[in-house]
Design a protein around this ligand. Sequence first.
Ligand code: HEM
Length: 502
Amino acid sequence: MYTVGLQSAADAFLLSSLKAQVALALLVLFILLGFGFGSQKDGVVDGAPVFLPGSHLLAITPFFRRRFEFLNDGFRKTGQTLFQFNMLRETVIVVSGESARKSFFANKHFDLTEGFKMLSGAIPVVKGVTSNLQTKRIAQIHKRLSSVQRNEHLSGLIAPILEDCRRVMETWGPSGTFDPFEKIYELLFQITVRSLSCEELADDPVQVARLKELYDTLDSGTTPATVLLPWLPGPSMLKKLWATKKIYDIVVRAIDERERSGISKPDTLQMLLDEKDERLVIVGFILGLLVAGARATGTTASWLITYLGDHESKDEVIAEVEQLLANYVSPNVSRSLSQQLSSIPLEAWESETPVLDSLIRETLRIAQPHTAMRRNLGPDMTIDGKTIPSGAYVVYPFSDVHLNPDLYPDPWRFDPSREEATVPFGYVGWGGGKTHCLGQRLARLELKLVTSMMLLGFRYSLIDKKGEQLDTPPQPNWNDILLCRPEQGSCYLKHERSVLSL
Ligand code: HEM
């Protein structure tokens, strides 16, 4: 468990001299080299995937910082569809191609949690806070996530989500410009806090901003060292621990307050409390899913709205949503856009929006820079005739299928009229095989509500930093594994409110 002392230790270390930090880094490097980490294994074992040439120690940073380029380079340098490299003592095998994809997604011994824990490192493992989230508790969290997405609960979220959209969009003013990768992301963060936690937090913009800032600290603090040497109290690790502790405190305070008040509220926290789950499951649910939910939906919404900037399907979406309004909402000029949209039932959002569905599908194909990560917890097995040893980490970059020009011609072109490629696992935007996104229903609803508010509430177009019209949207940056953000300053939205009342 955290101790109060940890925070002061972290603060002190962050303020300690650069000299001390450099000395510590050199010491660690020396120890690692002394123990022979990073040296390449000589002589390829029969049936083993080929090793990436060069020092493996040097492979670590690009795997975290420029993953798309690094993996593509690996396939090019080895000339193979599978290759391996060492992450300190661990073996990482990168796979690609149709038959590898089939084995990867179907293998029941390939474990997502173990793979993710080692190769992602988003949230530090903290005894009593995140380390005890073993399989049983994770299964419990997943069960609750499916309860959040039952018809009744999900329907109940529509009006509060739209109200959040209204409130946040009001702050953008009647006209102006903004960076969609900041503002739309912020909006989705707000909505995620609303959907997955409680009113006390979601109704307090200061707390939401603070939580976002802390999660950003966790993200930006992920370095090769924090992932591979989590026991090493380096500055990034201490910063991450400190941020995790702060998030933990905010969430626990909100839970305590609710319990103490004895007042029942119609939100997700109440549902978790009513189920009488143990405290660790409730905290784990909010702490873990906030980050999983906000990042993926934030990235997708930012890109979806950016791509729609000057795309012809913008009018089709507007027509689709206007049709829903005509079908389900009695005309009443005094009602705001968000109030009108909240009268459209969940079933209509889910089954009568083919245009929005195709836009979401294409956005996930082109702007979701995911690399699926697993650990082989079963016996040795083979993929494409190559051995995947027991205990090895296996990774599959989604670019192998989603940016493959044989499956999706001109893959960087945003084209919502594309169909999913009809080869096995030809589209994995929401996962595949035995791993599917467990938050998909909520995520899709959020994306549809935000997009509708944006398109019906504003006229907007894409401009560059000089204010000039952009002819084409920027290209998603797959090296940015979290947000896929294009170069800062390359694209802004110029908007003007088009309704009297959001
Ligand atoms: C646009 C938004 C989202 C996208 C594109 C997305 C995509 C995915 C994908 C591709 C996977 C499989 C990963 C893999 O195989 O390595 C996954 C898993 C998962 N997603 Fe999502 N996701 C989104 C939003 C959410 C939200 C909002 C939540 C929670 C509220 C969520 C919860 C999960 C969970 C718990 C898993 C792990 C499933 C397991 O362990 O079997 N996702 N998601």
